[in-house]
Design a protein around this ligand. Structure first.
Ligand code: ZN
Length: 427
């Protein structure tokens, strides 16, 4: 055995004082007592599977003044996330075999954590879905226009889904109806106007369209960043092949007149009322929602700090996601079991990767957490290039140690692997 890790380990949905045996980066044994070439004992600290973020925008290539694969993946690592899935709205867009291969290559050079790459589906690459599927970890379709998003017309939806159903890959959706967005478009002066411009009917309509178009198809389908009670209601009776996710900002923040510098909270779909927020949080707590995804979408402070109507949509979150929910689990606002399912177990199942669980045969991607390590989130301590967070001063618990495939990724508040340690997954 290369390495044995001992502590209060989250295994079979509860904590047990035991040991994890690791060989060649994989978990090979879980027992009360194990010996290995190296043994690390963490006493009373808890050991959990590391997080998987199925929704990040690392802005690389093309917008590397906002973020790049090096800074983005470093932020993920410090936040206890050892695998990220990057969205296709970079420059150039990741919508053909060449741009997919180029992005994999650049991430292989820069990433500290494992990564998947989505292929965007546009009106013009539907016929290439089979060849794209061999070069990507999954597909993304934008049904509504957002900052720098890919154009897709819903009349092509059935055809695209038929093609995707012939591959093994999952398809993820930005579900806002573009016609309704156009109809509601207005000059926006503040967060209330942003809500008026993107009412929940846009999300509701779009989800209905997706469910209708996917009928009788053998598909794994994921609705990203659910934001409204209306959207949630439709999804309550969904079939097993359909999953849905929420972001930390949609279930922890609500749109208030006094939320400070409002452009920083401008995001699509919008942060809505406290009623939406609480309904979604409850659904995450009760198992109706599958995944928490950050939708990490950094913009520089000076890009955000402008006229509301002109400000780009999107906010960062890959580093703060797991620490926020570790704190909430400690405070019993949500169970550890649910947090681990939302951030580790279900993401791994949806994207079909051998991670997200402390079990035999899984990658030894682990985080070590001292529940006494309560701290306040401070932008200055975060690693994203953007330099700000919507969760400034929120209480959180960051992991003290992070392992990826049995190697130390974070120890003593420092990165322990070289850039390029991260591997492409899910292809
Ligand atoms: Zn996104």
């Amino acid at each position: 055995m290369d390495l044995v890790i001992e502590g209060r380990i989250f295994v079979n949905n509860s904590f047990e004082q035991c040991c994890i045996g690791i060989e060649n980066g994989k978990i090979v044994e879980i027992k009360k007592i194990l010996q290995g070439d190296e043994k690390l004992s963490y006493g009373n600290k808890i050991i959990l599977p590391a997080g998987i973020d199925i929704h990040v925008h690392f802005r690389d290539p093309g917008m590397t003044h906002k973020e790049d694969f090096s800074t983005g993946s470093m932020a993920a690592a410090f936040g206890g996330v050892t695998c990220v899935f990057d969205m296709p709205n970079t420059i150039p867009q990741t919508t053909n075999v060449q741009t997919l291969a180029d992005k994999v290559l650049l991430a292989e050079k820069k990433s500290f954590v494992d990564f998947g790459i989505y292929s965007g589906i546009t009106n013009s690459n539907i016929n290439n879905i089979e060849s794209l599927s061999k070069n990507c970890s999954g597909f993304k379709i934008y049904l509504g226009t957002s900052t720098n998003s890919l154009k897709f017309n819903k009349v092509n939806l059935r055809e695209a889904l038929q093609q995707i159903s012939k591959t093994e890959k999952s398809v993820l959706f930005h579900a806002e109806d573009d016609e309704l967005l156009t109809k509601n478009k207005t000059i926006e002066n503040d967060i209330t106007d942003h809500l008026k411009a993107r009412p929940s009917i846009c999300e509701e309509t779009s989800i209905k369209d997706i469910l209708y178009a996917s009928q009788k198809l053998n598909l794994k389908l994921h609705i990203c960043h659910l934001s409204s009670l209306e959207g949630l209601e439709i999804l309550k009776t969904r079939s097993h092949n359909i999953s849905c996710g929420v972001t930390p900002h949609h279930i922890l923040l609500s749109a208030e007149k006094n939320m400070g510098s409002q452009t920083f909270y401008k995001v699509n779909p919008p942060i809505r009322s406290s009623f939406d927020k609480e309904s979604l949080f409850n659904a995450a707590r009760n198992g109706i929602i599958d995944v928490i995804e950050s939708d990490h979408a950094p913009h520089k402070k000076e890009e955000k700090d402008t006229d509301f109507n002109e400000a780009p949509s999107g906010l960062p979150g890959v580093e703060t996601m797991f620490p926020l929910f570790l704190f909430l689990a400690k405070k019993e606002k949500i169970s550890f079991q649910r947090v681990i399912s939302l951030l580790c177990g279900r993401p791994a199942e949806i994207l079909d990767i051998p991670k997200g669980k402390i079990g035999i045969g899984k990658d030894a991607d682990l985080i070590v957490v001292d529940l006494k390590d309560e701290t306040k989130i401070k932008s200055d301590n975060l690693h994203s290039k953007c330099g700000w967070t919507p969760f400034e001063d929120w209480p959180a618990i960051f992991p003290s140690d992070v392992f990826i495939r049995g190697e130390k990724l974070i120890e003593d508040s420092a990165i322990q692997v070289k850039q390029g340690f991260g591997k492409f997954v899910g292809a």
